[in-house]
Design a protein around this ligand. Sequence first.
Ligand code: ADP
Ligand code: MG
Length: 714
Amino acid sequence: MPRIRQQNVTAAQWSPNGETLGKLDLASGDYPFGENVFSPAVQKERLSAETYAKLQNVLAKGEPLDPSLADEVAEAMKEWALEKGATHFTHMFQPLTGLTAEKHDSFFAPTGEGKAIAKFKGSELIQGEPDASSFPTGGIRATFEARGYTAWDPTSPAFIMENPNGALLVIPTAFASWTGEALDAKIPLLRSMDALSRSAIRALRLLGDNEAQRVFTTVGPEQEYFLIDKHYYYERPDLVTAGRTLFGAKPPKGHELDDHYFGSIPERVLACMLEAELEMAKLGIPVKTRHNEVAPAQYEIAPVFENSNVASDHNQILMQVLQNVARKYDLVCLLHEKPFAGVNGSGKHNNWSMGTDTGVNLLDPGDTPAENTSFLFFCAAVIQGVNKHQGLLRASVANIGQDHRLGANEAPPAIISIFLGHELERVFEAIESGEGDPHTPGSFLELGAEVLPPLPRHGGDRNRTSPFAFTGNKFEFRALGSSMSLAFPNTVLNTIVAEAIDELADRLEEKLGAGADVATAVAEVVKESYAANKQICFMGDNYSSEWHAEAERRGLKNLRTTPDALPEVISEQTIETFGKYNVLSERELHSRFEVWTEQYTIRANIEAETTESIARTMILPAAMRHLALCEQAGVTKAAGEARTLIDQLIEAIGELEAANVYPAGVEGLELAKYARDNQLAAMAKVREAADRLEKVVADDLWPLPKYSEVLFIK
Ligand code: ADP
Ligand code: MG
């Protein structure tokens, strides 16, 4: 049997070697939720009542941290961590690469007598100085001031990460330059949460709520991913270096049979999921659902929502845990947005809402007219913010992997629009026109809030094609990529909604000042805002070509690729809004634009060079061996066929080789566009010829595992 086909047999013969074997899933008695978290419960046990109360205030009210607490907290944290077997601690942070970074320090310091004692000072908890001068900063940090520092984020609980040979105390931190500029994804997210809270509290006061002190944004991310056998992974240099397959003919069986979606989960995969979920539970990640996704070998996992900052940290950890645990089952977890061409890609649905510290979800239509008034106000603000900043929202989900997915009839298009559901749309239309519909006899505006049309409660209709859909009590931003950090898309969402809330609150204030009652004033404000922004609402099929034409007619932005979208990050409008809300300064926005543009170019180049190398050193030789075989056998027709395809491949490789040499003097966004229009285009040609050869060349000569194997042997 040829080497690669042998892997199929090996892949099919997995034996469970994970750690949860024999443990019952969610066994209610000993479900270890939060076991490895320095949670409020643990804090209460181990801190003085006073320190505990102060720390809780920081968490609940977003009050600044009192540094004098640090020593006591650090001591308690260290003792707890040592009991859990930790020997080291790390400040985990999220540089602009979108990944998480960590540098480990030992708790132990040598004493004079040749022994070591464990030490952890408050100052070490509060601040760290990773030698992180290699992280991209987009020009913020010149090398002479190369040191950034990490600062403890007490609002995201510290936890213990277990490893086969030891444990690590992980402290979530923010990462800033000495000049105070954000070098990471967390700082702007926290700033945006503050901004939204301030705006929302102001609006709530106008709406008559005098109790709420803080509004939190909440996120529940649904994470898609692939699991494939590790043998295939290591046989494919494209998966190893680029995270996606750069070659692969369409298999005879895809997902046409719809036999995978919500199908029964293969045993090995389920075993792996159970262990991963157990690990996540220990880390306090509230994982709730799992199921098969549309594509073969594709799955989804979703936790219950948490505040945006914690949800974002937890999602980073979740991705890490999925990857780590998969290895124990001889699987590899692929988080790339499009690991297999022609097969559904992976996204992340960002369920988003706003909730008060008194427990009210501001996007939940209520039972009383007052609740409904508030709901409509905040809902209108979301519509207004999304419409105004549609380009930026699109840019917030841009990366090179996404360019294969958005708009590819499996994921939302690159055009941002909002799906309200027919019921809610009817309500907004009734408010706008001032005329009731069958549900609202008489004029809404004249009669005021008492006859608000019945609002949809939970569920309502669904539209799977919309990038931004109202789903009963939250909005679901569906355009995120599977490998992405939640931080920036949510930073954008929070900031643009904060601004819209303020704009609506200004109008509300005017009307209230002129003597209007709240219900009438809100109705007027909502009416004006909806009329001005309803172009962003679309209830139809977002995949259809009619929508693309219609969206163009409406003047909505259609930013197809990452280089098209990224300039939105530094548009005048973005700079103004983000500056006004102190979320990101112009310099900080520019640094992100530069880093993300560069990342696009670098990743395009890695893909292009990998394509060139695989085509030249693996596929071409295989094809030539095949040709020799045909010639040896004297089968001229087969030989001719092979020769034609080989000639095509050689020509395409030549073009790619030329494209892989950068033109002189081109850089920044222009270079990204060059990569897109030349390298990626030339790669597509190489792939086309290679994929045709895959269907012709003798199976035992083909050097790469095929889609029909990678995706189906579990
Ligand atoms: P779907 O039908 O899209 O799968 P679910 O009801 O299963 O929807 O919820 C998906 C996600 O939405 C879950 O992570 C859930 O916790 C989250 N979610 C529910 N309510 C909120 C909220 N108020 N804010 C943010 N996310 C929420
Ligand atoms: Mg969903």
